[in-house]
Design a protein around this ligand. Sequence first.
Ligand SMILES: Nc1ncnc2c1ncn2[C@@H]1O[C@H](COP(=O)(O)OP(=O)(O)OP(=O)(O)O)[C@@H](O)[C@H]1O
Ligand SMILES: [Mg+2]
Length: 257
Amino acid sequence: MSDNSIAIETFSLTKKYGSLAAVNNLNLKIKSGEIFGFLGPNGAGKTTTIKLMTGLLKPTAGTVKITGNDIQEDPLGAKKNFGLIPEEPLIYEKLTGIEFLRFMGNIFTVDRKEIEEKIKELLKVFDLTGRGDELIQSYSHGMKQKMAIAGALIHSPKVLFFDEPTVGLDPRSARVIKDIMKFRARSGVCIFMSTHILEIAERICDRVGIINKGELIAVGNMDELRKVSKEKEGNLEEIFLQLTGEEEDIDIIKSLT
Ligand SMILES: Nc1ncnc2c1ncn2[C@@H]1O[C@H](COP(=O)(O)OP(=O)(O)OP(=O)(O)O)[C@@H](O)[C@H]1O
Ligand SMILES: [Mg+2]
């Protein structure tokens, strides 16, 4: 029986590069309306997981379902229900901001009138009103990032994937993104976000998963994570460092200075 409240589900998801398991036997179930933070050291497998979940990579083994649709067997069914803001957004430099948003709206067959309304709203939200007629190539890094996010929101997806959403954004824009996540989650959207900023994860995520060397080593809310960590009173940073074994690295750094 399918469960409508499950937005993302992975079954023994695995991606190997030669002998390296970038993601190994990942089993996750994430609900509609949930903000899920995906944490892990550099090279742990976060981006690979997001690429597998969104069909940009083919798994070596295992499956992914987005809103019940298998990403390999029914890619269109799955893709119309999610938006992705990748680690390095590939947006069309030779289009203006507004042309890009129209293009994204058309891909997702959003009604023409609705597209124009959404464009106005999104430019305003991201403080880009008045800049929509300029070529994307003339935008700053943060402006491109905001445009990529706006493009992923135009079809009002049920699931949103963010790979490092706040990198390079000014404090106000980072705040806008966090507010968008909270607001969308409240209306039932599932947010899957990878981040290195543990304060953000601790503050806005309902649950967090920690991946290390391709293995999911912990998953749960803060109380549940404290239970599996030695840091019974700790914050997410302390729990993360303890679980990923980087405390020893800190001791080494201290011994060098
Ligand atoms: N195309 C590829 N070929 C070979 N190895 C790869 C490839 N893509 C990723 N990997 C390896 O898979 C592992 C996981 O990489 P991934 O990009 O998923 O890490 P990440 O958790 O997103 O790291 P970061 O925090 O640095 O973004 C790394 O060891 C990486 O070198
Ligand atoms: Mg990454």
